[in-house]
Ligand binder design. Sequence first.
Ligand code: MG
Length: 373
Amino acid sequence: MKITDVEAIILRQPDVDPAKADGSQDALLIRIHTDEGITGIGEVDSLPPVIKAIVDAPPSHAIASGLKHLLVGENPLEIERLWDKLYRGSIYYGRRGPAIHAISGIDIALWDIKGKALGQPISRLLGGPLRTKVRAYASTLMPFTPREVETVVADLVDRGFTAIKLGWGPFGQDPDLDISLVRAARKAAGDAVELMLDIGLGWPDADHAIRQVRRLEEFRPYWIEEPFWPDAVDDYRKLAEAVETRIACGEEEATRWGFRELMDRTGVDVIQPDVTRAGGISECVRIAHLADLRGVQVVPHAWSTGIIKAASLHLLAVMPRATFLEYCVQETALNQALTTERFPLDGGFVAVPDGPGLGIEIDHEIVERYRVA
Ligand code: MG
């Protein structure tokens, strides 16, 4: 089998609010075609036009090439060799950031092709699923008032979620407001539901964060996510050492090398590689093993469409330990309808797809409706 074409397709809803921390308003779909008629799909949750340029760019020289050029004519079943070829072929401008994001989407699409070619779900090709369902946590934005928080949380509990994350929004603007929002969330959630809090880079430093986390302890947050910029490694270490509450970060990090350094320098309890940015399914499996060696929990970041949900579920199925699927509940068309699969909850859990490849279908009408020419 040979790769005949690699498409990077930008999808975008007509009314994007750039001030909102909602990456499901647009999407970058990868489609890899083969000479045997099998097509693989992948997604990249990054800045779509930049990823498209990285895929489409003509080669400059041996270690600075667009990615499509490196793939056409290759055997799509040799995924690890191709990952290495893409990494080396983009090393002057790549290594981390958007080149690895683009490689991530390609890696997912190659796994989809391999699964379709062999008639097996990706989780089986990765060695076999250790679990067939994963507990979901509902992931949404933090509303701006305690009253709104109660409504949002009560609704998610009604829908069957047993864990809920609220993030970004007003977090970090006012220390007392942070506390009253979380108090409202715990009140609406009851005692049995896990609550995660994503501070969205909102706290200024470790001393402030230590005071805030201690004030929040009575509401039993499962973790505190991204209180600081990703490069504030000393603040992360100071905070993680000072408090009992789990500290989580890593959605901007990529590759096994990046996560090794992140874990060893910050000492955080939970890392959140995004399968569409950190290097794809192949690299996230390696990252999960590095984390397992260190006793660090891996809960993949997953915001945006059904493609990322499916890719994350296959990854979660084979990780040494898996606790949660991040389940984005944004009501954008791309999150809700790009795939025909809807990922229903059953007792708070979501099933790992068991069809060939990713085990999902794209709604081509949605692709055509939101496609940017
Ligand atoms: Mg986050």
